[in-house]
Design a protein around this ligand. Structure first.
Ligand code: NDP
Length: 484
């Protein structure tokens, strides 16, 4: 079947570019999802220029008009979650329920920020000088570059795009080239709304060409990025060269502490979901399981049994519990980490192998490492794989020390029935997100999200915290003179 090239949205017009890429289904490499145009630097310049004009127009829209736009986008995504979730799962490889759930959740980001359009209330104060009043208000930053990854192609982009639009900005979106179909689908929905021409742009293309040009552009007022640490550092350097506002969410090495007083079945299910959900390709994945020695043997026995029983398969098949890895490159990197773990002395208790299934795809069995130490590279570097390591500890204090001994700091969790330990952990875990008796992955949209250390840089995302990044504060001093 021949495919029509899917275009970029440049200055409000759908345009082809210089060349195109093919997007294949990682569950079945014979399935061509589509063909996608690659944007050129001239198109980038043109769309940025138009974005500035459109942004001024959009900022002047009334708040109810903006609210209606965001509400329509959100409602359409939620009502089409089945269709768009299927497309997402087809190109990214997460099981259908996760794909549908992601699209629905992305719709909720838009409806949440639709309501936030109406809640933009400033502050006022009396001046220290007589007869002068002050008001403090937030204004849009201008044109925002959104650079999003493939692992949550719709949700991550939406939690950036929705607040950017809500607070009156224009958006130029560079999605991951691995997941362009979801990007085109979301762009089509946004483009149909009552928005100024060119307010929203889609520029597909590789990160190190068009992405790099975008982040180096002086026309960009703010950059929101989610992806790897090395790319994030390069983006931060480019942003600082232009003094552009920047916000970044990057990798992590999240730990889940399992205490000896934990409910065993709950601990196993929390660890399992955190480690293998989304094929382990989550920045919030539980890749270190820090387990008290008194519960260790019983815990690992059930964890391994669960991993072995997991149905790995085509993302769109109903009984699939874990889909394929996203790409050949990612799969090879995962297998390299398996070899590295073994060479470091870890025991691979199960999985960690490439699987040949009915469909030709990037399948891998979920793997569990035992007898690992926190100094091993498999416990220090983000693997982004369906692999998890067990680190045995002798006490709660040791567990907390291991949890915090990392360069990252996005999420951490504890499974315990002790209120004292849960309270102490939530105060002393050095991460931006802490969970108690819950997986380290899975967060809400109305509260801040972000981490510490190498995991994040710049203001928090989501909830009302997003206003800090997507707006700039103006302080107005007003002397009204005498009423006489
Ligand atoms: P990258 O950091 O390379 O990609 C993330 C996004 O940045 C993509 O849209 C990418 O474009 C873009 N990009 C890449 N280089 C540049 C650049 N120089 N300037 C501007 N944009 C750029 O992550 P990968 O997809 O390569 O994944 C590699 C590893 O990163 C994973 O194994 C994982 O460890 C980590 N990662 C973490 C994520 C998280 O949620 N924190 C999400 C994804 C990855 P394109 O892909 O089209 O080239």
């Amino acid at each position: 079947m021949s495919h029509v090239t899917q275009k970029n949205l440049i200055a409000g017009e759908w345009q082809t570019g210089s060349g195109e890429i093919e997007n294949h289904n990682p569950s079945d490499l014979t399935d061509l999802v589509g063909v996608y145009a690659q944007a050129t630097s001239d198109q980038l310049s043109a769309t940025l220029e138009q974005a500035h004009r459109a942004q001024r127009e959009w900022a002047a829209y009334g708040i109810e008009r903006k609210q209606a736009v965001l509400m329509n986008i959100g409602n359409e995504m939620m009502s089409r979650a089945e269709e768009l979730g299927t497309l997402l799962s087809r190109e990214e490889g997460k099981p259908l329920a996760e794909g549908k759930g992601e699209v629905f959740r992305a719709g909720q980001f838009f409806t949440y920020y639709a309501a936030e359009c109406l809640r933009q209330i400033g502050e006022n104060a009396d001046s220290v000088r007589d007869g002068i009043e002050i008001d403090v208000r937030r204004e849009p930053v201008g044109v925002v570059a959104v650079i999003s990854p493939w692992n949550f192609p719709t949700a991550t982009a939406s939690w950036k795009i929705a607040p950017a639009l809500c607070y009156g900005n224009a958006v130029v979106w560079k999605p991951a080239n691995m997941t362009p179909a979801s990007a085109v689908a979301l762009t089509e929905i946004i483009e149909r709304q009552d928005i100024p021409k060119g307010l929203f742009s889609l520029i597909m293309g590789s990160g190190n060409t068009i992405g790099q040009q975008l982040v180096e552009s002086k026309s960009v007022n703010a950059i929101s990025f989610t992806g790897s640490v090395p790319v994030g550092k390069g983006i931060a350097a480019a942003a600082i060269a232009n003094l552009t506002k920047v916000q970044m969410e990057m990798g992590s090495k999240n730990a889940l502490a399992v205490m000896d007083d934990a409910d065993l079945d709950l601990a196993v299910s929390v660890a399992h979901g955190g480690a293998f959900g989304g094929t382990g390709q989550k920045c919030t994945a539980s890749s270190r399981l820090v387990v008290h020695e008194k519960i260790h043997d019983a815990f690992v026995e059930k964890l391994i049994a669960g991993a072995k029983a997991m149905k790995v398969g085509h993302a769109l098949e109903a009984d699939t519990q874990m889909g394929p890895v996203v790409s050949e490159q990612q799969l090879n990197e995962n297998l390299d980490y398996v070899a590295l773990g073994k060479s470091e002395g870890a025991e691979l208790a199960c999985g960690g192998e490439r699987l040949s299934l009915d469909h030709d795809g990037y399948y891998m069995s979920p793997g569990v490492f035992l007898n690992t130490s926190n100094s091993m590279r498999i416990n220090r570097e983000e693997m982004f794989a369906p692999l998890t390591s067990v680190i045995k500890v002798g006490s709660y204090d040791e567990a907390l020390a291991v949890v915090n001994d990392t360069d990252f700091g996005l999420t951490s969790g504890i499974v315990t029935t002790s209120l004292a330990r849960a309270s102490h952990f939530r105060r002393n875990a050095q991460t931006g997100v802490v969970t108690v008796n819950l997986p380290t992955a899975g967060t809400d949209y109305h509260v801040p999200f972000g981490g510490r250390g190498d995991s994040s840089y710049g203001p928090r995302e989501q909830g009302s915290a997003a206003a800090e990044f997507y707006t700039t504060v103006k302080t107005v001093y007003m002397s009204s003179g005498s009423p006489e």
